[in-house]
Design a protein around this ligand. Structure first.
Ligand code: NAD
Ligand code: LMR
Length: 341
């Protein structure tokens, strides 16, 4: 085998996360918004997941092409494309996990909240369909503003009488991915061995990386270093939006983060006893009803929401500072879902 063949075999094995296919229970995953900037690479990564046996790719258009393309990859999952609202129910039927990256992305100068006007209605309609066709599925909500779209999803399912707070999860994994990358780079650590919890929400100051709890610790970082790392993590999304200069927001790193998180949900469903991820869920560990923190994932989704652990003064101040914005975003989402019945 030549060097290139060896490298690509290695890459495929890495993508397949080192597991043999066929060793796990059958699981159906649906991606809603599968033809988009996140949706396409995320669909590719879920096709490579050893935990997926059926992959339903739904979008308003374009999914037959994406599905045909992805389906040629020689991995376990059977792939089918669904386009247009009349095929949504079929895409969702029997799904164990539904990943939702449907909606518009930011352009430079916009906040995530500026997306509310369009994305709130998209998420509400898609979650309504989930409530009707796969009420037991774990929903992984990527569409922004996550701080509001998760409360919208919860309220929508409540209205349908099928809400289970263990099954509605906002995807904040990209914040953790960024915090790990920036921290390892600054501290000169092996990034594959680094962990950094990120708590709060998914927008600006509501994103709070807890570097005091980073593993391994890096005592040599100064307060100024930690402040800069915190701000870079909070502004990570904006950094990408600006670099893409009008062509959208993070798609590739988000697809990676979304696949990591969906795999974690599937591992939990399969009974893996040790799956812990930061995710934005219904929570009573702070004064607001939705919050991201470390969560144990199990056979029914959220098994335990962990507390914040010990925070230093800098982190305590960050927690206090995020509350007005986080609370307002949550209330905005709940009001929207209630008023738009
Ligand atoms: P995109 O415009 O490239 O793709 C969005 C896709 O959604 C399109 O294919 C579009 O057709 C589809 N869509 C729109 N309405 C739909 C509907 N009703 N049903 C099904 N599909 C529909 O955007 P993108 O870059 O993939 O970003 C998608 C969303 O993800 C944005 O809201 C963005 O802000 C968000 N995002 C979140 C995170 C996070 O960390 N949670 C990270 C990056 C992006
Ligand atoms: C991100 O964090 O990259 C996403 O929320 C997209 C954005 O608008 O920043």
């Amino acid at each position: 085998m030549n060097a290139l063949a060896r490298a690509s075999k290695q890459a495929l094995q890495t993508a397949a996360r080192g597991f043999a296919s066929g060793a796990y229970p059958d699981r159906k995953v649906a991606v809603l918004g599968a033809a988009g900037g996140i949706g396409q690479p995320l669909s590719l990564l879920m096709k490579l997941s050893p935990y997926v046996s059926e992959l339903a790719l739904y979008d308003i258009a374009g999914t037959p092409g994406v599905a045909a393309d992805v389906s040629h990859i020689n991995s376990k999952a059977a792939v089918k494309g669904y386009a247009g609202e009349d095929q949504l129910g079929e895409a969702l039927k029997g799904a164990d996990v539904v990943i939702i990256p449907a909606g518009v992305p930011r352009k430079p100068g916009m906040t995530r909240d500026d997306l509310f006007k369009i994305n709130a209605g998209i998420v509400k309609a898609l979650v309504e369909a989930c409530g009707k066709h796969c009420p037991k599925a774990l929903l992984n909500i990527i569409s922004n503003p996550v701080n509001s779209t998760v409360p919208i999803a919860a309220e929508t399912l409540k209205r349908l009488g099928v809400y289970d707070e263990k099954r509605v999860l906002g995807v904040t994994t990209l914040d953790v991915v960024r915090a790990k990358t920036f921290y390892a780079e600054k501290a000169g650590l092996d990034v594959s061995k680094v962990d950094v919890p990120v708590v709060g929400g998914h927008a600006g100051v509501t994103i709070l990386p807890l570097f005091s709890q980073a593993v391994p610790g890096a005592n040599k970082l100064s307060d100024a270093d930690i402040d800069a790392l915190t701000k870079r993590t909070q502004d990570g999304g904006t950094e990408v939006v600006q670099a893409k200069a009008g062509k959208g927001s993070a798609t590739l790193s988000m697809a990676y983060a979304g696949a990591l998180f969906a795999d974690a949900c599937l591992r939990g469903l399969n009974g893996d006893p040790d799956v812990v991820e930061c995710t934005y869920v219904a929570s009573n560990i702070t004064e607001v009803p939705f919050f991201s923190s470390k969560v144990k994932l199990g056979k029914n989704g959220v098994e335990q929401v962990y507390g914040l652990g010990e925070l230093n003064d800098y982190e305590k101040a960050g927690l206090k500072a995020m509350m007005p914005e986080l609370r307002a975003s949550i209330e905005k989402g709940i009001s929207f879902a209630k008023e738009s019945q």
